[in-house]
Ligand binder design. Structure first.
Ligand code: DAH
Length: 341
């Protein structure tokens, strides 16, 4: 029996050592110490032995039981640590690998140019004003010397709201009158008014929604030279120092005299190329001396003060500045396009 126990011990410990997983260890435990386990059987059979033998054998068998339990636990820990190590090795992360680049958003080219325009005029003493995009017929047309039935209305067909008294403004010019009314009779007035405008237009160079910046200066003694200098200074700072401007006679109901202003082509520098259609010039804005009727509608006395005004298209300036040929690109929001600025 003694010898048997020694053999059993050897066999049991071998099984423990051979077990590779916690499940296998549990099988070993059941096989030896479970209800029908081999060592459990030995302990149970002790009862049949004569008393002296029962005592010494009982001791040895119980020692073996404790030894086996201890070894099972020790091996269990070992197996667990081993598995942990394997897992770590499997899941190792190379922290020196380059990360996945994040795509950063940024401002839209139109907003970039608009901010540049604002900065240029602010530095010349202009303040920035805003007006409503849903405007009345009165401010968008009538107070700007464009009465009902005036042919100038045809060029700016727009979206009317409800009964026709309200409309989506076709130009930022109504802010001229709104601003003057809020200021009169204070002088000087020097404001720009950026914002969205709407027209019934849609092709490669016209969008039903686009952006303008209105400009207005009113003071005593303002003359055409002020207009010319201001716009030339703007063109030079916006499109490059060598930029020159030229003024062509034109017509706007709210200015008299009126002019279309061209800048030397920023692509060829004025020599003539495809962008400027060989002329060397690109039209950048409309301008003129504020019509006396408009000054009056704004609350100023045209006998005492005078002013100049201008209106430029932000899309147009941006297209010229960056050589963009299709205006629709601005509103498709393709990251390959807007990401270039
Ligand atoms: N409002 C005009 C347009 O949308 C642009 C314009 C021309 C504005 C001359 C002005 C100006 O202030 O003086 O076509």
């Amino acid at each position: 029996m003694d010898e048997d126990l020694t053999l059993l011990e050897k066999e049991a410990l071998q099984e423990v050592a051979a077990a590779e997983t916690e499940e296998e260890l549990e099988d070993v435990r059941v096989r030896w110490l479970g209800r029908k386990g081999r060592l459990t059987g030995v302990l149970r059979s002790l009862a049949e032995l004569p008393a002296p033998l029962r005592k010494s054998m009982g001791q040895k068998a119980n020692d073996l039981k404790r030894l086996l339990e201890g070894e099972l636990e020790r091996r269990r820990q070992e197996v667990r640590r081993q598995r942990e190590r394997e897992k770590m090795a499997r899941e190792r992360v190379d922290v020196t690998l380059p990360g996945v680049p994040l795509r950063l958003g940024h401002r839209h080219p139109l907003l970039l140019v608009l901010e540049e325009i604002e900065a240029i005029f602010r530095s010349m003493g202009f303040e920035v004003a805003h007006g409503p995009e849903v405007e009345t017929d009165l401010y968008n047309f009538a107070l700007l010397n464009i009465p009902e039935g005036h042919p100038a209305r045809d060029m700016q067909d727009t979206f009317y709201v409800e009964d026709g008294r309200w409309l989506l403004r076709t130009q930022t010019s109504p802010v001229q009158v709104r601003f003057m009314q809020s200021r009169a009779p204070q002088l000087p007035v020097r404001m720009i008014a950026p914002g969205r405008v709407y027209r019934r237009d849609d092709d490669a160079t016209h969008s039903p929604m686009f952006h303008q910046v209105e400009g207005l200066v009113v003071d005593e003694g303002i003359h055409f030279g002020h207009l010319r200098w201001t716009l030339e200074e703007f063109a030079r700072r916006m499109l490059g120092e060598k930029t020159k401007i030229r003024l062509r006679p034109s017509y706007f109901p709210f200015t008299e005299p009126s002019a279309e202003v061209d800048a030397t082509c920023s692509v060829c520098g004025g020599k003539g190329c495809a962008t400027c259609k060989g002329t060397g010039w690109l039209e950048i804005l409309g301008a003129g001396m504020v019509h006396p009727v408009v000054l009056q509608n704004g609350g100023y006395d045209p006998e005492k003060v005078s002013g100049f005004a201008f209106g430029l298209g932000v899309e147009r300036i941006t297209m010229i500045k960056y050589g963009i040929e299709d205006l629709r690109l601005f509103f498709q929001n393709d990251p390959r396009f807007v990401g270039q600025f």
